[in-house]
Design a protein around this ligand. Structure first.
Ligand code: DX5
Ligand code: ZN
Length: 220
């Protein structure tokens, strides 16, 4: 069994963007394991957020892993910039470029953990010939683009299938779930086999005084 104790990765998409450094320090001190950074380009997804300059600016504010989720197309021309900016995990969508295997190889060459993200309609089968080349699989339990959406429960079956495939392979690949995670859906995702959870709304609700309790509640 390669399922690890659950890691919580607060998505700063739900943070106060005017005080981003402070917000990252606050969730770090409140017990976050990783910091999830959602990068959106208004093209691959219908929203625009931040780029490598912001990742670089945030880097000194935490020593936790920066879990950078790229929702941009094309993808390949920007990998080096995010690596240089200080990303630790770089996660990409197969639909964002022509050669996902090459993209994952490049992330590895840059010395970063390589993640692959599956949209709700993308089958687990997509992983058949790349699972051994990744460090992390990110299952999208909402359509990428926005925080605060409802968890799509059909993704639980996909999480179960990927958990089986990871265990069969025997490599400690992180299985992370992103979108609509709250105390209830966190439990479902963990029992389906997830060992890392992204949480935007559920982390940041109630303001800084609540962050520690919010994060602890998601661990079940
Ligand atoms: C959606 C992003 C998520 C989002 C999650 O495209 O990838 O990381 O911020 O937000 P919540 O936790 O509010 O669903
Ligand atoms: Zn994300």
């Amino acid at each position: 069994m390669t399922q690890q104790p659950v890691r919580i990765s607060p998505s700063i998409l739900s943070a106060d963007f005017a005080r981003l450094g402070e917000e990252v320090r606050a969730v770090d001190q409140a017990g976050a394991d990783w910091i999830h950074v959602d990068v959106m380009d208004g093209h691959f997804v219908p929203n625009i957020t931040i780029g490598p300059a912001v990742v670089k600016a945030l880097r000194p504010h935490t020593s936790k892993l920066l879990d950078v989720h790229l929702m941009i197309a094309p993808i390949d021309p920007f990998l080096d910039a995010f690596a240089e900016a200080g990303a630790d995990i770089i996660t990409v969508h197969p639909e964002a470029g022509p050669h996902i295997h090459r993209t994952l190889q490049r992330i590895g060459q840059l010395g970063k953990k390589a993640g692959v993200s599956l949209n709700p309609a993308t089958p687990a089968k997509m992983l058949d010939y790349i699972l051994e080349d990744v460090d992390l699989v990110l299952v999208m339990s909402v359509n990428p683009g926005f925080g605060g959406q409802k968890f799509i429960s059909s993704q639980l079956r996909k999480i179960e299938a990927i958990r089986k495939a990871i265990d069969k392979l025997g490599k400690p690949i992180d299985l992370e779930v992103d979108g609509g995670i709250d105390v209830e859906t966190a439990k479902l995702a963990i029992s389906a086999g997830a060992d890392a959870l992204v949480a935007g709304t559920a982390t940041f609700r109630g303001g800084p005084a609540q962050y520690a309790a919010n994060i602890a509640a998601l661990r079940g």
